[in-house]
Ligand binder design. Structure first.
Ligand SMILES: Cc1cc2nc3c(=O)[nH]c(=O)nc-3n(C[C@H](O)[C@H](O)[C@H](O)COP(=O)(O)OP(=O)(O)OC[C@H]3O[C@@H](n4cnc5c(N)ncnc54)[C@H](O)[C@@H]3O)c2cc1C
Ligand SMILES: O=C(O)[C@@H]1CCCC=N1
Length: 388
């Protein structure tokens, strides 16, 4: 089917970033088309699943500062749609007390007045029962952190976009892009034109960018999403405000671990390893590496005595990593009306509302609300391949 309608903007990819971008454009009265290769909702990308962590605890000021407005945008969406998307649980940050990473978290939070509580080894178990703090580790709690209901959030933002007149076409894979003052996008089912284009294709970013002569230094990894059974149901429950947690970065392999309280599967706590195995997003299930699970089992046995150290459920999700783990938010170097958001490096969900706002601003040729220098492609220097 070929369409004669010319859109103000076409957004490719209805994950969290594309859906929020489309919603922001529609809020600005822009005639917007959101294209998605799979039937919605789907579980083949990076935005599916019931829960994600939201937090201000970061090593870098720029993320902590963006989260100020982001919390407000999440609650604005909750009010607009009349749904609950966020639940406060707090986030427990644990790491060697004198390590660079732990101190970066602590200092960034202090500098930015993020409400927090510092726990001592003496009072730790009083506040966080059933968790063993490792010898030499410091612990702090980002009080306002919590859980986002991810699947519900995606459905909500897509629904609000449609209420504003936005068009979603799922089961339409983009097969070609022709740049120009009016961009032409071909899909498995039609041809569409728009004044600007936003590419938010998650793990498929480089496959899409190849059509416009650009390749970014991105690595796609499959993550084993592991759930662990409570020995006594309710021990680590969200309803009891058991917090999300993360271990700060470090050299040791057993540090890249984070978790969320039991909620979506009653009696099961989600604890994952933040490093996966390289994969092709079209063949995700061929990647069967489970070496991370051994690391998680040892961690669970050591630090979570109330869990059975054997995963009860293992699901799959994908990360798209940049070399520095910072996002990519930029315009095409040769076509300023083509904008992309990519490389969310396993921590982009919470930023969805602000990413949507920034990509919307870039696609309208406006000065972005935040300094985008940490996210521009020029930081990769020789790493960006351009066929232009
Ligand atoms: C296990 C796991 C845990 C995570 N935990 C957290 C967390 O606690 N907190 C947090 O903030 N973040 C977290 N993240 C990261 C966060 O979920 C991602 O950063 C975010 O979902 C990325 O969204 P996206 O829109 O870029 O990608 P996606 O969700 O993958 O969306 C891209 C979309 O583009 C579509 N697409 C691709 N190619 C085409 C094409 N040719 N035509 C049409 N459509 C196309 C895809 O089908 C897909 O729907 C986690 C991620 C994982 C995997
Ligand atoms: O983004 C997040 O908060 C989580 C936890 C740390 C690792 C990745 N995702």
């Amino acid at each position: 089917m070929s369409s004669e309608v010319e859109y103000d903007c076409i957004v490719i990819g209805a994950g969290v970033q594309g859906s929020f971008t489309a919603y922001q454009l529609a809020k600005r009265n822009k005639k917007t088309l959101l294209l998605e290769q799979f039937v919605l909702p789907h579980t083949r990308g990076s935005s599916h699943g019931q829960t994600r962590i939201i937090r201000k605890a970061y090593e870098q000021d720029f993320y902590t500062q963006m989260m100020d407005e982001c919390y407000k945008l999440w609650s604005q969406l909750e009010r607009e749609a009349g749904v609950t998307l966020y639940r406060q649980t707090g986030l427990l940050v644990m790491g060697p007390e004198h390590s660079d990473s732990y101190l970066l978290y602590k200092n960034t939070m202090e500098r930015n007045n993020v409400p927090m509580v510092i726990l001592t080894p003496e009072n730790f178990s009083q506040h966080i029962p059933n968790v063993i703090l490792a010898e030499g580790d410091g612990a702090l709690v980002d009080i306002n952190a919590g859980v986002l209901y991810a699947d519900r959030a995606l459905k909500t933002v897509q629904g609000q976009f449609q209420k504003l007149g936005g068009v979603i076409r799922d089961k339409e894979k983009v097969t070609d892009i022709t740049p120009g003052p009016v961009v032409t996008v071909s899909t498995s089912a039609g041809v569409y034109r728009a004044k600007s284009l936003v590419i938010t294709a998650g793990p498929w970013a480089n496959k899409l960018l190849a059509h416009i002569g650009l390749q970014l230094p991105l690595e796609v990894q499959k993550i084993n999403v592991c759930y662990w059974e409570e020995k006594v149901p309710g021990t680590y429950d969200m309803k009891k405000r058991f917090p999300c947690f993360l271990l700060t970065e470090g050299e040791e392999s057993d540090r890249h671990i984070y978790g969320l309280p039991s909620n979506e599967y009653p009696g099961l706590v989600k604890i994952c390893y933040h490093i996966g195995s390289e994969t092709d997003p079209d063949h995700r299930d061929k990647q069967t590496d489970r070496s991370d699970i051994g690391i998680l089992q040892r961690f669970v046995a050591r630090c979570f005595p109330g869990l059975i150290p054997e995963p009860a459920v293992v699901e799959s999700c994908m990360y798209t990593l940049t070399p520095d783990s910072h996002f990519v938010l930029d315009c095409h170097p040769a076509y300023s009306n083509i904008v992309f958001g990519a490389g969310f490096s396993g921590h982009g969900f919470k930023f969805g509302p602000i990413i949507g706002k920034l990509l919307c601003e870039l696609s309208l040729g406006e000065v972005p609300s935040y300094d985008l220098s940490p996210f521009r492609i020029r930081r990769f220097q020789g790493n960006t391949k351009s066929a232009l």
